[in-house]
Design a protein around this ligand. Structure first.
Ligand code: NAP
Ligand code: ZN
Length: 419
């Protein structure tokens, strides 16, 4: 049976809550958006993300969740500092909130960029992590889309204004007031007692019900983690640029995002070529479905690929020369950047690069909440999963160094319950 949900154009249901923490939260979205503390900024809230099928009378919030409650995690205390144990409080569960006991959290390169200040100043202490999965342990009185015990996930966003043009159209990630990111957004203490949203390198999280994603029973919670960010970030542009049977697609950089992109584009019917700087990834690229692999822009291969691709998705996280890639696009084709380098080192294109073949140079930010659910369900339907390496939270500093050194094969996931 198909688990794929319908198109991404369902109308947004504006939140009508009156709880003070909710309105505080909305007021602060704009502030947070301008703070430079927001790592990624995409959101998608709207359209009934979590399990509508499980709608049931809400379980009353237990006493433990009626007031701020203690959790522990790992935080950076300053820009670029090592992550160390950090005890903090999560907010009391409000009427529209869901409390989640975190089982797993994927390690995204964005966690590192944000904590290191690559995209501008961040707020500290900072608990990163936006590939969260776990089980619901409490819901507010206004929550009917999930219930206690459900297997769920949380991605890069935990709220958005809910009423701007973008939110109304179901593109919370492009909220005009700036989505509230899962970590690093400035918020009032009623939203997050530390004054900053704190992510999934921690034992529990409280989020608005509209930002909760359902994890199908057939998808392992550990594998579902990276679907909350990595999978939707590649799924959304592959869909937007209509990748389908017969498309010729290039995937640049085969890390956490890239290895899922190869699998998803292949499942959409595309013929995929991987561009990698790691010779030892050739066999894996083919295992994930790639027809061809180009290592280090091999000159002969690049010549043979001139004017070949309908679409290229570029996941590389640091500055690199994009002109050789542009030469491989067909006329009118698009290259889309999802990798985000350091702010002072933007990628540049030669003056004729886009002009010669009327090419488009684009970017894309995660995906909507609706698309996140779609991406998870697409993975379930096509039996696509990230290659996951489980780690303990205490290993995080070594793991971050390994990710930057291109050693991830292909996604580290923190097993939050592991001692
Ligand atoms: P990752 O697991 O580290 O993978 C990135 C891959 O890029 C590496 O495996 C490597 O692939 C290649 N690479 C790394 N450093 C490189 C360098 N200096 N020069 C050339 N190639 C390099 O990272 P990720 O978690 O997939 O994230 C990738 C990027 O996407 C990050 O910048 C992240 O912040 C960004 N991101 C953006 C969004 C969005 O909404 N737009 C969402 C999530 C993540 P090869 O070994 O194959 O060369
Ligand atoms: Zn991410």
């Amino acid at each position: 049976m198909s688990h794929v949900h319908g198109g991404g154009d369902a109308p947004h249901q504006p939140n009508t809550d009156t709880a003070s923490s909710d309105s505080d939260r909305r007021k602060f979205l704009k502030l947070a958006a301008g703070s430079g503390a927001i790592g990624l900024s995409s959101t998608f809230l709207a359209s009934g993300s979590a399990s509508a099928a499980t709608a049931a009378a809400p379980t009353p919030v237990g006493a433990a969740f009626q007031k701020p409650f203690p959790v522990h995690g790992y935080a950076a205390k300053a820009q670029g500092s090592a992550l160390t144990p950090f005890a903090f409080d999560r907010r009391a569960v409000g009427p529209n909130d869901v409390a989640i006991d975190i089982h797993y959290c994927g390690v995204c390169h964005s966690d590192i960029h944000t904590s290191h200040g690559d995209w501008g100043p961040s707020r500290y202490p900072l608990v990163t992590g936006h590939e969260i999965t776990g089980k619901v342990v409490a819901v507010g009185s206004g929550v009917s889309n999930v219930r206690v015990g459900d297997r769920v996930g949380v991605g890069c966003m935990v709220d958005s204004c809910g009423h701007c043009h973008e939110c109304s159209a179901g593109f919370e990630q492009y909220c005009e007031e700036g989505p509230m990111m899962t970590y690093g957004s400035e918020v009032p203490a009623s939203v997050e007692p530390t004054g900053t949203t704190q992510g999934g390198y921690s034992t529990a999280v409280v989020v608005n019900k509209d930002f909760v994603i359902r994890v199908p029973d057939t998808v392992e919670l550990a594998a579902a983690g990276p679907m909350m960010c990595a999978a939707v970030t590649v799924y959304s542009p592959l869909r937007h640029w209509s990748v389908r049977k017969g498309s010729k697609v290039g995937i640049v950089g085969m890390g956490g995002l890239g290895h899922l992109a190869v699998q998803m584009a292949t499942a959409m019917g595309a013929e995929v070529t991987v561009f990698t700087t790691s010779p030892d990834k050739v066999a894996d690229a083919k295992r994930f479905g790639a027809k061809e692999v180009v290592v280090n822009y091999d000159a002969d291969k690049m010549k043979g690929l001139a004017r070949t691709f309908d679409f290229i998705l570029n996941t590389v996280p640091y500055k690199h020369d994009m002109d050789p890639l542009m030469a491989t696009l067909k006329r009118d084709a698009t290259i889309c950047l999802v990798g985000i380098g350091k702010a002072p080192e933007p990628n540049q294109l030669g003056i004729f690069t886009t002009i010669n073949k009327r090419n488009s140079f684009a970017g894309s930010m995660i995906g909507s909440i609706h698309e996140t659910q779609e991406a998870v369900d697409f993975c379930d339907l096509h039996k696509i999963a990230p290659d996951v390496k489980l780690i303990r939270m205490a290993q995080i500093n070594q793991v971050w160094a390994d990710v930057v050194a291109k050693k991830a094969r292909y996604r580290y996931v923190i097993d939050v319950k592991a001692a």
